[in-house]
Design a protein around this ligand. Structure first.
Ligand SMILES: [Zn+2]
Length: 340
């Protein structure tokens, strides 16, 4: 029996060269790349070192070769959240977004079977965000990635609603990715922003979209929450109980119980733990769990879901997780990606 098709729904990519936006715009610590040795680059934020990346962050052929080792055929690619630049002037963020999205547009045109692109949009300006979302669609991207908060504002804020409305109308998928972690300044030690802040950030986003009735008002909007939805599914009992015991605090904008939204949004499989993934499948349904890795970063699952192989899941569940859930989330068909 041939191996099942695999779509990795959560990976990050950058162009090899980034303009020097700080000098172009005359302000701000925008990210730029220092290619200091062959195959490696330093991501610099202003003059500060952010992280070192390898060529698998920008070279599509290196990536395809690495993915072959894990029998994974398709990569859904989006930028790295530090590139969102929501803090910048909106027109400058649009400039950056267009640059990154055009790079993705060219990539998916060149490798239509191996890469699927999710764009980035200037969420700090609703009109520009919708305009760039429309352009993303035109250049062949299948959706957008947005942050778990927009400059500390939650995703239920009315001014973000037109972006979600446009995504639903345009049949564009949404990936919500944690970034700009709450409490980051107060927990620098032990990598806590990544280990504690990120799962909380994603939970904040899921709760905001449920309690703010975004998912309720846009039933056809297809949203995937990164890292298995953060800590949302693992604390759903508490969240539901909070809704039940203090509706005066929780149910003020939407009186539908949070548990009713199980199966209405997607999460990826990035749990690093088979027991946790079993639980996620039980709650969300395997048709709402997309194979994900967070490649190429070390906190990701760089064996692209190899632990799922050993889980003894029914074939139907594996098919859902490896590709069917992703196809449905992205609004595409098997023919769009499958090997000839
Ligand atoms: Zn990620």
């Amino acid at each position: 029996m041939p191996a099942l098709l695999k779509i990795d729904s959560h990976t990050h990519i950058l162009p090899k060269k980034l303009p020097n936006w700080s000098s172009k715009f005359g302000y701000g610590d925008f990210i730029y790349l220092q290619h200091h040795k062959k195959g490696y680059a330093k991501m610099m934020r202003g003059n500060q070192f952010f992280r070192e990346i390898k060529d698998n962050c920008w070279d599509p052929d290196v990536r395809i070769a690495e993915y072959e080792q894990f029998q994974t055929d398709v990569q859904v690619v989006c930028t790295i959240p530090v590139m969102f630049s929501y803090w910048a002037k909106a027109m400058d963020c649009l400039d950056i977004s267009r640059f990154l999205n055009d790079h993705l547009g060219k990539l998916v045109e060149r490798y239509p079977k191996q890469y699927i692109g999710l764009g980035t949009v200037p969420m700090q300006d609703t009109e520009l965000a919708v305009q760039e979302l429309e352009r993303c669609k035109k250049i062949g991207l299948r959706g957008i990635q947005i942050g778990s908060n927009i400059n500390d504002e939650n995703l239920n804020e009315e001014r973000f609603f037109p972006v979600f409305e446009a995504a639903e109308k345009l049949n564009m998928a949404v990936l919500v990715h944690p970034w700009n972690m709450m409490g980051e300044k107060h927990m620098q030690r032990y990598w806590l922003p990544w280990l504690v802040g990120m799962p909380a950030e994603t939970t904040r986003a899921v709760c905001s979209m449920i309690f703010g009735a975004v998912l309720e008002r846009l039933p056809k909007l297809r949203v995937n929450f990164a890292h298995a939805g953060g800590s949302f599914l693992f604390t759903i009992g508490r969240i539901q109980h909070g809704f039940d015991c203090r509706p005066d605090l929780v149910a003020i904008d939407n009186n539908i119980p949070p548990k009713n939204y199980m199966g209405k949004f997607w999460v990826d499989s990035v749990t690093h733990d088979p027991l946790m993934l079993e639980y996620v499948i039980k709650l969300a349904g395997s048709n709402r769990v997309t194979l994900g890795s967070d490649y190429p970063f070390p906190l990701g699952d760089l064996e692209i879901g190899r632990f799922i192989e050993g889980m003894n899941l029914p074939t139907a569940d594996k098919e859902n997780i490896y590709y069917r859930a992703a196809l449905e989330w992205l609004g595409i068909s098997l023919n769009d990606v499958s090997r000839d």
